[in-house]
Design a protein around this ligand. Sequence first.
Ligand code: F6P
Length: 431
Amino acid sequence: MNVDIGNALASVASPGVSRESLERLDNHVAAAHERIERGMENQAHGYEALNLPQRTDPDEIRAAVEPIADAETLFTVGIGGSSLGAATITNALESDTETIFLDNVDPEWITSHLERVSLENAAINVVSRSGTTAETLANFLVVREAFESAGVDWTERTIVTTGESGPLRELADRHDLPALKVPDGVPGRFSALSAVGMVAAAVCGHDLEALLEGAAAEAETLSGSLFECPAYAYGATAYALDERGAGVNAMMPYAESLETSAEWFAQLWAESLGKDDLGQTPVRALGVTDQHSQLQLYRAGPRDKLVTFVTAQEGTDRQIPDTDVAELSYLGDATLGELLEAEFEATEASLAAAGRPNVRIEIERVDEYELGGLLYGLEAACVLAGELYGVNTFEQPAVEWAKNATRGLLGGGEFEEAEAVADKTELRVER
Ligand SMILES: O=P(O)(O)OC[C@H]1O[C@](O)(CO)[C@@H](O)[C@@H]1O
């Protein structure tokens, strides 16, 4: 990926970062890179994620999915990092296999999918590092029952990706299911380039080697200077802008195929950096669509936002037909791709003209190689930002309170968090 941080400079935007500040910050980037390199060499928790291009074995993944490679529909049952990486990859690329990501426990939504799909031609990809995530296990039990009710032997149609132990590992062992291991030392939000993110891609027939080659090429760019490394340039600039008041980061890819990548980025950025009262709030946006919903706020609202654009330089195009509507005749000379590019450039310039910081991330096209580079580059940017914030990038303790409260409310044990739910302060206004 290439990065252009020009519209984040103090000469353009407020908040903005001066070149002098970036030069000073580069000293901290150099020190952070040394820690990152050391962490990678030592396969330290979290840093190990940046070794995945060398660690992940595409042949092992393809062999494991062989029994379900014929699936017309693949249900991926997981949540957070155990779903979003896989969804980013398969939602970005064309495939004959329909992929459905069951990462919520909305009964109407789950039921509509299970009733709509021919389960005889479907398969289940259940993913959970811990193997104890309530949503994932609940959904798996529901999906498994639906397969049984449809007379489909779920044990022939299920692959498991989980840790070395836990309920899912035991289930896989008990039923001799194909099972892959979540790599040690890789938090879920950093695991897209492992079996966690690539089983679904394998079932869809995508080029796993290209994903990893693109990621490996991005890994080669990691260096001791933000001026030589696109990922670090992005991570350092986002951090510096947050330090100067841009506490929101709107991730706005200009490609429908990259919409899910903004969801994946939101977990990566929020769960890694949101600690010790620090962190930049990610917002999921989509170009051109959200020019007509959020751009007003980005251009004229509080000066508290960075807008991150992701653009693909190439892609299939389509001519806009001529029209006899005079004021629209200019459209008939253009293609949809030219319109999308013009709208992106206009939006980027609109923010710069209003002194609103924005950064451009460019990939060549939306294919496996470029996607692997984008995923890796944003992960490396996040690791660097975590070093600059001085937070524990790779843990997420704040999510445990609600999990305990949930278990307590459902009778899964005695949890004081559940008691706190009953103590809610109320001021109800009713219809
Ligand atoms: O893979 P698991 O253990 O089911 O966890 C799913 C997700 O839940 C979290 O632990 C947060 O609750 C994420 O970090 C993780 O990606």
